[in-house]
Design a protein around this ligand. Sequence first.
Ligand code: C2E
Ligand code: MG
Ligand code: MG
Length: 487
Amino acid sequence: MSFEPDPEKPAAIEPVDASTLMDQLNVAKAEVLQLRSQLLESKQLDLLTGLPNRLLLTDRMDQAILLAQRQERFLAVIFIELDRFKAINQTLIFPERDELIHQVSRRLIAPLRLGDTLAAVSSDQFAVLLPDLRDPLEPSSVAQRLLEALRIPLWVGKRKIHLTASMGISLFPQDGLDSLTLQKQAESAANRAKVEGGDCVQCNTPTLSEAFLERRELETYLSEAIATEKLQVFYQPQYDWADKLIGVEALLRWHHPILGAVPPSKIIPLAEENQLIHAVGEWVLRTACRQVAAWQSLSLKPLRLAVNVSAQQVTHPQWVGTVVRVLEETKLPPACLELELTESSLLKNGKLGHAPLHELKAVGVRIGIDDFGTGYSSLSYLHRLPIDTLKIDQSFVAGLHPESFEPSSRAIVQTILQLGENLNLTVIAEGVETDAQQDALRRMGCEAFQGYLLGKPMAAEAFGHILEAQQASSFEALVVPKAKPIQ
Ligand code: C2E
Ligand code: MG
Ligand code: MG
């Protein structure tokens, strides 16, 4: 009977003595060194970092593209440009500059797989080739890991250096079929990331971005953003008929490092589906109340704050208590807070939503109806609900501009203004973009305005500058009338 080796069973490893192993290792090392010097001679390695340069990257990409075509796989290029590198570099002396680049390349290599290529493209630019991918979303996760790796401060000598990068991803075959196109696409996406303010990633492929907006992922990101306070509040000014600043609307902003700016129209419905709306809403309310109270204490002006509220918040048993607690904590007078609900959210809650609004009204908080005129509201609830303000929806304001004039918009605006007057409600027009719209509104008797013409939503710091300027100009006008030059 003959003995056949079992093909499933791995062959036993022949014992090899240590000196043979060392010899083999030395041969391998010598081969690597020889290959390296060959590459250097053929000008395919970057002299400073020893990483592949663009030439070798392109060569590896060409091979990877052939393989990806054959095996129906994806491949990706991540273009990396260090942010503010020239400014940082100028603060370093010669050996430190090289040391910094060495450390950066080590940081960028760490999250990569065996078989990926990190190339040095120029003094402050790198590129990563991710070949043989099954999942087109993988490059975004890798880019995220690269961003995180760079964010950890670097030590060069005794200096602590904070570096970030702008990254762009291109994907084969979606963004291009050859190495040059893919590199260009990744580079232009990185430029967009730079324009976005750096420390983020941009993709080219719309399907990639869309896939990223898939609910579960977005949900996780949103929870993280809430927990790590990565959400922001922007402030849009509101003016009266005499161009005096009377109030400000708080608007949620979220800039995700991969997804870029995620608009409230995406965040709010998602947050409502996942009960995250309560945490988001409370955070916006507290942040905005604290900010406006701080501005008021500086300028001594009673600035009114409008905060958007979603239908779900209103019916939450703890909502009224939360609003009252936030007002107490932040010391914002209740009369300075106006909670904005859309017509549709008022209708959605039916009578359930009435009691909390009455309770808040009783403590002095104001209630406004947002996007007024777009819902199917009945006049009767305007009587039953404790409403102070109607906000004319921007679609009607748009219809007042001569080029897009809509007679029905004019009629609706007039009706809302009339209604406001009859019911003794404040009426404010939103979405005012042109002088012609504001003039038309003024002629119809509208006395409060909000829109890009008067000021876009902006970060707290920028809004603070507006307040300072207003205070300075009123101070000048009141206290220091301009003296006539003495002849
Ligand atoms: P909204 O409350 O009606 O806010 C006005 C929206 O119009 C804002 O969009 C603002 O940026 C934009 N806008 C202001 N002036 C102009 C203009 O002159 N022209 C044009 N075209 N647009 C203008 P944004 O910030 O994208 O918010 C959209 C909506 O998302 C808001 O509509 C509000 O309903 C909701 N939202 C925003 N922040 C929050 C929040 O913290 N909580 C809740 N529940 N909803 C929020
Ligand atoms: Mg609003
Ligand atoms: Mg609105």
